[in-house]
Each structure stands twice: as C-alpha cells, then as structure tokens.
Ligand binder design. Structure first.
Ligand code: FE2
Length: 273
C-alpha cells in the first residue's frame, strides 16, 4: 500500500503549491491520501466539495482526513444561523462521504490489516512559555504584542480549550481501543496539532508566546500508551521552520511533521504492507 501524508493545504489558497500537490497525486500511484487538517482556510461546504472534486479528478486514492483549527473557523453567515464549530464536524463528515472519503473522528478505518485513527487534537497551553510574563487571561484572549490568535475570533466551541482537548482525546482513545481489539498489525495516527514537547522550539524571545497554541503533550502521552500497535503519527499545524525538529522517534513510534504550507517536500510518502 502506498500513501502520502500531508497537512495545511488551506484551500482555496491556490498557489503554485496546490498545483504541485495535484501533479504529485496524479503521478504517484497512491492508495491513500492522509490529510492532517487545515484542509480549508475556513469551514466552507462549497470549498470542501471543490477541493475534493479537484483531487479526485487526478487520483482514485481514498482520502482519510482530520480537521485542523482553520477547518473549525465559522463564516459570519454560519454564526448568524446559530452554528458552532462542532457542527462543522458533521458537515465535513457528510461531504467527505459523498466522495467516498473518510473523516477520522467517531470512527477509525482499517484496510489490509492496517488501522488508521485520528482527531485534530487541540491546545491546552502546555507548551506555553510560562517563564515569560503571562497569565491565563492573556492566553485566553490570544492577543499579544499587537497580534491576535485568530481561533478565538473565528471558532466557537463554547468551552475552555482544555475541555475541547479532552473531547478529542476521548475520541482518539476510543478509536485506538477498537483497533487494539481488532488486532490490526499496525496503526497510523493522524493529528493536526503538535503532540510532543520535543518539537517545541524555544527561542527565549516573546515569539515563544505562540507556542501556547501549538498543541498538547497530552496527545503524545495518550498515543504512547498504544506503542505496541502505533507506528507512525503524522501532524501539521506549523511549518518545520517553527519547530525544534521534524521527526521524533519514541518507543518505536515515528512522530512526523507534514505541514506543507511552505514546502510540498514536507509531505511524507510511505510504502507499507
Ligand atoms: Fe492549524
């Protein structure tokens, strides 16, 4: 089985990179395309259909996807209709099914004895540089040094960040438990957010503030409980230039960043059997 893993295409940002991506999936003889979130720039049903139509015109590969924080961004009209970011999960799930693709959230996927589990994950400020002058209030406002963390403007979950993360962890645990029961040979996990502290780049400058929104060490800790079956974890959300490293191997699991927002070469091609 041949697959590629990548994240952060941010469609309809149709630059050179998006066309390079279409060319790659056309040339490679792929069985699966693993998308690690931020598929779109904000949650929009029509953009998602356009994206999937463009991909499937080039390949017969099946897409397995998790959403990213941008996929949870609501448009003004959605907010007017009373929708929350949670509703976008149902919308993405329905549209991906229309194209015979899969959103990993409520259910895992198995093919040829290989299991796939995934959730976006979220952040809980565990990577925040607490040594700097900051507090919970500043982190929750997302406003720092004249910049704004836009999730707090465009997403609407109606709960604290750590409670959002808890729901994602519960979904991931349920998928991994079922895969374990099913006795699959190995498991690949898709995430959007950064799962291990080893990836966090500390510059000892105010820029480190933004590490607060990179992800959570709880994601990695949860996955490491399943090191007997999990072999690869792919995630996106942040470009490698903002990370301390691209790959971490821990307990026989390879954690790999595949954010292609600045370079398509950061995708990962894998032959697995
Ligand atoms: Fe992201």
């Amino acid at each position: 089985m041949r697959l590629i893993a990548l994240g952060d295409l941010h469609y309809p940002r149709e630059g050179k990179l998006f066309y390079q991506f279409l060319n790659v999936i056309e040339k490679e003889d792929l069985d699966l395309i693993l998308l690690c979130g931020d598929i779109l720039n904000y949650g929009n049903a029509q953009y998602l259909r356009d994206f999937l139509a463009k991909v499937h015109r080039r390949t017969s590969a099946k897409i397995l996807a998790v959403m990213g924080n941008h996929d949870f961004w609501l448009s003004k009209s959605m907010i007017k209709k009373g929708l929350t970011s949670w509703h976008l999960i149902e919308i993405y799930d329905k549209i991906l099914r229309e194209y015979n693709d899969i959103l990993l959230w409520d259910k895992e996927f198995v093919i040829d004895d290989i299991g796939f589990a995934g959730v976006p994950g979220w952040y809980d400020y565990s990577f925040a540089p607490w040594s700097f002058r900051m507090n919970r209030w500043v982190l929750d406002s997302g406003y720092y040094m004249g910049y704004q963390w836009n999730d707090f403007i465009y997403t609407k979950f109606n709960m604290k960040v750590e409670d959002i993360l808890k729901i994602h962890l519960k979904k991931l645990r349920a998928q991994l438990n079922r895969l374990k029961m099913a006795e699959v040979k190995r498991v690949i996990v898709l995430l959007h957010f950064v799962p291990l502290r080893e990836f966090v780049l500390t510059r000892n400058s105010p820029e480190d503030f933004w590490n607060a929104y990179l992800g959570s060490e709880k994601l990695g800790l949860e996955i490491l409980k399943y090191s007997d079956i999990v072999r690869y974890v792919f995630f996106g959300h942040t470009d490698r230039r903002n990370l301390a490293r691209d790959i971490v191997e821990k307990n026989g699991i390879f954690f790999i960043n595949v954010d292609v927002s600045h370079n398509l070469e950061h995708m990962f091609v894998l032959n697995i059997s």
